[in-house]
Design a protein around this ligand. Sequence first.
Ligand code: PEP
Ligand code: MN
Length: 358
Amino acid sequence: MLVVMQNHATPDQIDRVVKTIEEMGYAARPMPGETRTTVGLVGNDGRVDGSRIESLDGVAEVIHVSKPYKQVSREWKEENTIVTLAPGVSFGGTDIVIIAGPCSVESEEQILSAARAVRDGGATALRGGAFKPRSSPYSFQGLGKRGLELLALARRETGLPIVTEALDEEGAHLVAEYADCIQIGARNMQNYSLLRAVGRIGKPVLLKRGMAATITDLLMSAEYILAEGNGQVILCERGIRSFDTTTRNLFDLTAIPIVQRLSHLPMIGDPSHGTGLRDKVIPMARAAVAAGADGVMVEVHPTPDRALSDGGQSLYPDQFARLVIELRAITSAIGRSVASTPPMSRQALPGTAAAARV
Ligand code: PEP
Ligand code: MN
């Protein structure tokens, strides 16, 4: 339930609404807006009687949120949520953000070379897995903490903020120490204790759609994070399983405008996992941006043939650079633009002592 206050409601009147909600046994979340404040009632089981609140001074109206997800819905919050990873790197506004990098962090040389290549190609953020959720326990599982240290080194070298996956609660705390955004992968989209944990940590979260998850499932999972007080959530379409094995997954482009209609959270597309095929990544990245995505995440590797994971869907650096040029043309046709590459920090400028080592 959402309590919309009148434009001129006083702080005392807002406070009275909050106290009344608490007396009724629920939590209240005041949300000051540009013209008026709304107060959300959290923990609503659908049977709350709004009449007690409706009659309080300063209340304009009481809205019952019809969706099973509440705080994630546009009924709850009409304007887009902006999720910021670093100065100038924000999702949900006019600019689209390009997250690029290898599937996994493999070595210092590999991640630095990938980071420099995607930066030169026009990326806005760097991806790379240190903890890898692999289908087989015998496949490369990632470098763990060392991988995070290498990502931090790559950030110092290039200025690109880091997006990297956490597999469990303990890993999420570690990832939060190093990264700018915690990725929750498709396999963990319904790991509710992990969702609650990243909700409590409070860092931006990139939540990927599960491979057999409906759009409602995705939004319900995001609700777990918001319910813990963390509104900095980016949603990501990365393909769902289908009967057709021609592609690795079925990249559900329609999910992009659907989610954007249902939710105020930013929504991006990952055509690398969405297709699993290098030559299909480029057209589907273009399509995701044309469909209105707030960003794309693409896998790029300096030497895809030697990649320890997902080489077959990783772009060569020159392909990535061409893709960014095309994405710029598409964004300008739809009144948007590609976020510029963040400035290199002073210490990261080539030739300075600090640039040499973390
Ligand atoms: C990844 O981004 O490397 C990854 C494992 O993605 P997903 O969770 O979508 O499979
Ligand atoms: Mn991958």
